[in-house]
Design a protein around this ligand. Sequence first.
Ligand SMILES: Cc1cc2nc3c(=O)[nH]c(=O)nc-3n(C[C@H](O)[C@H](O)[C@H](O)COP(=O)(O)OP(=O)(O)OC[C@H]3O[C@@H](n4cnc5c(N)ncnc54)[C@H](O)[C@@H]3O)c2cc1C
Length: 276
Amino acid sequence: MVQLRHGIWFPHGGALNPKRYAQYMSQKAESFLGTTVHEITYRDGGWWLYDCLGQRIATVDTLVIAAAQHSKSFTPISFLPLSSLLGQISFTPKNENSYKLKASIISNSYLMPSIDGFHVVGSTYSRDGFDENEWPQPVTVEGHKKNYDNLDRELKSLFPDYQFDQWLGYSAIRCATPDRLPVVGPVPEAKKFKRDFARLSHGPRGKFPSGVAYQPNLFVLAGLGSRGIMTSALSAEVLTSQMLGEPWPIERTVTTALSPSRFLARGIQNSLLEKI
Ligand SMILES: Cc1cc2nc3c(=O)[nH]c(=O)nc-3n(C[C@H](O)[C@H](O)[C@H](O)COP(=O)(O)OP(=O)(O)OC[C@H]3O[C@@H](n4cnc5c(N)ncnc54)[C@H](O)[C@@H]3O)c2cc1C
């Protein structure tokens, strides 16, 4: 029997199948699957979406850009410092020791109870050595090894005869922000923001405009690379309440911490530091 040294027990914790979750959440949405939006333009009171041939895909009143790391290819949010990290999870065959596991155990790596004969062990973070446009991303033995090495000693002991070449996996790009928080909210007009809030470069005091000028009905939800599925539903709820002018489900300070404008404000404030 495996004995763990310490931990916190979350009785209501669980694991989600991301594909089934996404299918469930989007079942009532009209989808244009397999269509890449190349450009967006605001015209005649709406956002016009075009493909790479310049053909119009759709016109919408309100647009949420949620294209992960590709979001920054759209000019109004090209100021967002979104970066790409490669991640791999490993699917490890269950064995006579491991199949008894009843709950997910999270440490450096996490180990999930077996489903359909495999445990999920994850996951890696790599900053370089990949092409972010490649799909699917290759699953490597090196990734499996990292996931295994990061398991606690006690969990490793469940897999005495591990053979990485029998492990399966999934590898994909995570869209990350410098502060690891998602980007959720209305899109500011970047140039105007820099002009209006230029005084921030002298410090936080002084006279500032009473509000931020935003792009009309344009929102973003991205940067979900770290624990992103966990925060996605609440992020979407925040966005919806902002769109509809309803009370927010979280405090203003948290909304500010998630706001796309934070990066513009920090850019100006950092220029203050450069002067010192
Ligand atoms: C290995 C790995 C392990 C992870 N583990 C966890 C975990 O344990 N817990 C957790 O909560 N999260 C985890 N995550 C993070 C989670 O998977 C992501 O947060 C989530 O998938 C991000 O969702 P998203 O919709 O923002 O981006 P994506 O899922 O990347 O979706 C973006 C979509 O936009 C589409 N798109 C891009 N550009 C365009 C365009 N120009 N036109 C049209 N469509 C476009 C893409 O095709 C894609 O369908 C993990 C991620 C990875 C890679």
